[in-house]
Write a protein that binds this ligand. Structure first.
Ligand SMILES: C[S@@+](CC[C@H](N)C(=O)[O-])C[C@H]1O[C@@H](n2cnc3c(N)ncnc32)[C@H](O)[C@@H]1O
Ligand SMILES: [Zn+2]
Length: 393
């Protein structure tokens, strides 16, 4: 036994020795931060989806993948990738917490993946830099830190092969959603938007921070999959070498202005002059960014994932639901409208989401529910049309 109070859980087809939830509690609930080594069972969903993304990615390479999990905790991600993804040549795992190392090694041997895994007690930036030399780089790097991924982005970009995938999680949603503006400025170099659509704005700020690190090395970013669930944001970016392509990625960075008085929003390129007042009602507008203004996911990848064999994936029902919504909302313009807020401004009863979507579609607008909020829609209709529609229903 490597953790004083431990238990064994199964995720996918992987067995993991983890801290016993009943031994590390706060106010009667498991508190992962109280355990000597970090493991959060709620993130099984994120790990399941990552396994599926890797299984879809592996056949696109004609050689086995090199993977890095530099913030490994008990090793849940790295061990699962080694065990559950075919065609892996090596998984390099690291953690700064010396107590994590024997736990990771134990989980590696529990699953018989020793030949595929190397484990280091190392700062993540140092570990990634050791692999930044051409010939040693990774095909897939998973940044799953406490809080923001930003301290590790530069090293991760440098340690990634051409056309490799950078996956990142941010759990500091309060700064990204504009609850702590100064922290967002410090961590992401961006102004957050404390608005109705703050979750999408926050996710786009996180992606923009990674894109800015990539383009300085002439790496273009293609956003493959992004979502906001529970207490975190997650995104997968494919980075491809080429100055012209990187220029195109830079052109997808910009600002969003939002009027809380009337619900009007607009997107602007980084170089554009931003208005200080609303084009529609003249009230002062909030601005947020730099943000990624391009697509948040690839419809092709989502389609592939939806067809994937999800045997042994415990969270498959939730994954299917998320992917279906992501596919439906993909390609619609940035930001979403919470119908309750629109109706509250108009002092109207709130129509159903389905009726609102149906009426907008009947007027020729593309419209979809969004995974960001159960009572919100994404649409290419302007706010004036959304108001007309909810007023008629
Ligand atoms: C959120 S936990 C990782 C959870 C894990 N990826 C999983 O899915 O179960 C973050 C981990 O990063 C480690 N850590 C924090 N700062 C680090 C650094 N600078 N270098 C390496 N590891 C670090 C912590 O000890 C902790 O285990
Ligand atoms: Zn306005």
């Amino acid at each position: 036994m490597f953790i004083t109070n431990s238990t064994t859980v199964r995720e996918g087809t992987t067995d993991l020795e983890v801290p016993d939830p009943s031994s590390y509690t706060f106010q009667g609930q498991y508190a992962p931060f109280r355990a000597p080594v970090f493991y959060n069972p709620k993130m099984e969903f994120s790990r399941d989806l990552a396994v599926l993304v890797l299984r879809a990615f592996a056949p696109t390479r004609d050689y086995p993948l090199m993977i890095c999990d530099p913030l490994a905790g008990v090793g849940a991600r790295g061990v699962r990738y080694a065990k559950e993804v075919p065609s892996i040549s090596k998984v390099v795992m690291g953690d700064l917490n010396s107590e994590a190392l024997p736990v990771i090694r134990r989980n590696v041997s529990l699953n018989g993946v020793e030949p595929l895994v190397e484990v280091f007690e190392r700062d993540a930036n140092l570990l990634l830099t050791e692999y930044a030399e051409p010939g040693r780089r990774f095909d897939f790097i998973d940044l799953d830190p406490f809080g923001p991924p930003s301290p590790f982005l530069d090293s991760a970009v440098r340690a990634l092969k051409n056309r490799g995938i950078l996956a990142m999680t941010a759990t500091d949603t309060a700064p990204l959603c504009g609850v702590h503006t100064k922290a967002c400025l410090r961590k992401y170099g961006a102004i957050p938007l404390h608005s109705d659509f703050c979750h999408e704005a926050g996710l786009r700020i996180m992606i923009a921070a990674a894109v800015r690190e990539a383009i300085k090395y002439d790496l273009a970013a293609e956003v493959l999959l992004s979502y906001s669930v529970d207490h975190y944001f997650r995104s997968y970016l494919r980075l491809t070498l080429g100055a012209k392509r990187a220029d195109a990625s830079a052109a997808m960075l910009g600002y969003i202005t939002s009027c809380s008085a009337c619900g009007w929003r607009a997107s602007y390129a980084l170089s554009a002059a931003l208005p200080s007042s609303c084009e529609r009602c003249g009230a002062a507008v909030m601005r947020g960014g730099p943000m990624w203004l391009g697509p948040l996911s690839s419809g092709q990848l989502i389609g592939q994932l939806l067809l994937h064999d999800m045997a042994n994936i415990k969270t498959s029902v939730r994954i299917m639901k998320l992917l279906t919504t992501l596919l439906s909302e993909n390609g619609l313009p940035p930001s979403y409208y919470v119908i309750d807020s629109v109706c509250s401004r108009l002092k109207r009863d709130v129509p159903s989401l389905e009726a609102t979507l149906g009426a907008l579609r009947a007027k020729g607008y593309a419209s979809s529910p969004t995974h960001f909020h159960p009572k919100a829609i994404k649409t290419n209709a302007p706010i004036s049309e959304i108001e007309d529609v909810v007023s008629m229903l």
